[in-house]
Design a protein around this ligand. Sequence first.
Ligand code: SF4
Ligand code: SF4
Length: 194
Amino acid sequence: MIGSGILKGMAVTARNFVGSYFEKDRLITVQYPEERSPLPENYRNFPFLIYDTDDAEAGLRCVACKICEKECPPQCIYIIKSDDKKPDYMGKPQFYPAVFDIDISVCMSCQICVEVCPFEAIKMDKVYELSRRERFDALLQRKSELSKSNTYYHSIHPIEAAEVDAKLAEAAAAAAAKKKAAATPPTASAAPTN
Ligand code: SF4
Ligand code: SF4
């Protein structure tokens, strides 16, 4: 019948409209900004840098390798590598970013920086209220604003963060085993038997 699709659509709209007065699940609007809808696990917006422990500077995972800066399609990451080194999560001395800025007016939330980072140091945040009244410098997110704890990462992406932790723990255990094997003197070969 001509127009049956329209009638079915109108029926769904009417059912949701009337139902929204009785069932909270049918009410899809919220009183923003007092209320906020929960975001799904895989929601992403702009990147942030992860640090371990409670020290945002010493615990920063980023080693300033600049792979993300090179691979970012709109070139909105700006990094200056440090002159000195600090131990990374495996105790290996590494450079760190003296400067790490992201221009949020250019970032297109593609997540390529996350995918190319070999150190699990940069992940996608869920923060979306980042509008600014000023232009230029105000649109740059500095290292201090970008740095967030691994605990925060777990709070916004619990499944993904647990997988990353397991991967890092496995890598650290493998490195420790390799170091131990290298430090153990080789045993004398057994005497030949007759
Ligand atoms: S999400 Fe994409 S555009 Fe934004 S900083 Fe990462 S690579 Fe660049
Ligand atoms: S975030 Fe990752 S890819 Fe980018 S500079 Fe730091 S360690 Fe390298």
